[in-house]
Design a protein around this ligand. Structure first.
Ligand SMILES: [Zn+2]
Ligand SMILES: [Zn+2]
Length: 509
């Protein structure tokens, strides 16, 4: 399949050159019903690369990298023996990409990613029908940056969001990944695709692309049988991915989607519903335990100094008021990226960890700045501050707690903000490590210890005499739990809200 792919890419490049020379790249998008093989445009519309932006132009932009459309098909066995199964459009998720984008805009998002999942021969459906719908959706809802991507059926794991950089190559780039590496693409099934070495091949392929995608592990603990164990996604595996493709495999969903699964269609509690579909190892305050456990897996990765970030998504398939388990993109869960409003800079922000996440619009801005005592050097979320041993480091925190109602009709207030610190001690010899014993809450801020000016909460903490490289990160809640507790069945997702910021690394020279 490597040969096949490189042939396809060479062909694609020559089409692009010819089409560009003829000025044909801006033709109208084909209709979603166009027959595969006819009217298939060989390349995407032109999109000049803008590169990372000037930091002064960056703002917090909310988005969602895990959104399904009706191109997430169900798989029906063929009536004819020996023939491939039939993909049934709208068999799993039901909404057109255009509707998802409109809902994203209506729920305050600036960017989203179309991430349908695959199945036998799904790559052609994605390329020939889903992609043209995305192109149309970009025109219909221009206020939302709409990335091309998919939810990869991940070799030897479960699911990951693949986010493709916006370029004229985007369509063929994803087609190459899906045909070449999606675990469920071949028919008959190919067990060789469901191995970790194959996933590492996939990552090497992605990392070698002229414009590498970003890959984020979705709902990492959903398949865990019991709390404290791992299912299809394990710590050692994620270390191997991150080592193999550090610019591609950069993080995991901190909070999974499907958080309306505890709600009936009328909004009342569904007593047997489990947040996120985490039936056996429940979420903690709506977050996956690989993120939420203080001093757990996430802190073990940060303690190695790894750039391993968290996000939060809707996993929207079908809205709960229409019989599904889901909120619309942005209705409940938001991933904020500090970026200029360009595809390149949003993706750069995801790759570099300029990210905080929130449930239920508990907060809308989170700024953390670590500054040297002389004020000459500073770093923000996702960044790194170098200091001399024995220095003091000032942590300045500004959080916006919006006054209005969220989309659940509530006005949640931030009740507490925790500043968390952990040591960075370098690469761990134990690849399965999932603990960082040094991680602790160094300060709990409450309404009596922060300064409120309108919606703005401000607080400061000084790390004295810093001698050990470390990281700091922030989390907060509207509730009273000191540590996020396992979410009971039927919990109202609007009642138990948390936000998390990605870390700042403080490196002692
Ligand atoms: Zn999934
Ligand atoms: Zn999904």
């Amino acid at each position: 399949m490597h040969m096949l792919f490189s042939r396809a890419r060479r062909g694609q490049v020559s089409h692009a050159v010819v089409a560009a020379a003829l000025g044909l790249l801006a033709v109208a998008p084909m209709s979603a019903s166009a027959h595969p093989g006819h009217a298939v445009r060989p390349v995407a519309p032109p999109h000049p690369a803008t590169g990372p932006a000037d930091p002064a132009d960056r703002r917090w932009l909310a988005g969602d990298h895990h959104v399904h459309s009706w191109f997430s098909a169900s798989v029906k066995p063929s009536d004819t023996p020996g023939q491939p199964p039939v993909l049934v459009k709208a068999g799993d998720a039901v909404n057109p990409i255009t509707v998802n984008a409109r809902q994203a805009a209506g729920h305050g998002l600036s960017w989203m990613v179309a991430t349908d999942h695959g199945g036998p021969n799904h790559a052609k459906l994605n390329r020939n029908e889903a992609y043209p719908e995305l192109v149309r959706s970009r025109t219909l809802t221009p206020g939302v940056l709409q990335f091309w991507g998919m939810e990869l059926d991940t070799p030897a794991a479960e699911h990951s969001s693949v986010i493709i950089p916006r370029s004229a190559m985007e369509r063929e780039a994803l087609f190459g990944i899906e045909t070449g590496y999606n675990r469920r693409e071949p028919w008959p099934a190919d067990p060789a695709r469901d191995t970790e070495p194959f996933m590492l091949d996939a990552l090497r392929h992605m990392q070698s692309l002229p414009q590498p995608p970003v890959l984020i592990v979705n709902h990492p603990s959903r398949t865990a049988e019991t709390p404290g164990q791992y299912g299809l996604v394990s710590p050692a595996e994620l270390r191997n991915w991150n080592d193999t493709a550090p610019q591609v495999a950069v993080g995991m969903e901190g909070a999974p989607g499907h958080q309306a699964s505890t709600l009936n269609a009328d909004g009342s509690a569904k007593p047997k519903g489990d947040r996120g579909g985490y039936s056996r190892a429940p979420t903690l305050g709506g977050f996956d335990r690989m993120t939420a456990q203080l001093g757990g897996f996430w802190d073990s990765m940060l303690g190695e100094g790894r750039h391993w970030w968290i996000t939060s998504t809707s996993d929207s398939h079908r809205h709960y008021t229409e019989g599904g388990d889901d909120f619309w993109p942005g209705e409940y869960s938001k991933t904020y990226v500090k970026a200029a409003r360009t595809y390149d800079d949003v993706l750069d922000g995801l790759r570099q960890g300029r990210v905080f996440v929130t449930l239920g619009d508990l907060v809308s801005e989170v700024d953390v700045t670590a500054t040297t005592a002389d004020g000459r050097k500073s770093a923000e979320i996702g960044g790194r501050l170098e200091v001399a041993a024995g220095s003091d480091v000032t942590i300045i925190i500004r959080v916006r707690d919006p006054a209005g109602r969220n989309f659940g009709g509530h006005k949640p207030d931030v009740a507490r903000i925790d500043l968390i610190q952990g040591d960075v001690t370098g690469p761990a010899s134990n690849r399965a490590l999932d603990a960082n014993a040094s991680t602790r809450v160094v300060r709990r801020f409450t309404p009596t210890t922060w300064v409120r000016e309108g919606e703005q909460l401000s607080m400061v903490y000084v790390l004295k005499n810093v001698r050990q490289s470390n990281y700091v990160r922030l989390r907060g809640t509207n509730g009273a739990e000191l540590e996020p507790q396992p979410d009971p069945l039927g919990e109202d997702p609007w009642a138990d809200l948390w936000f998390y910021a990605n870390p700042i690394f403080i490196a002692v020279k």
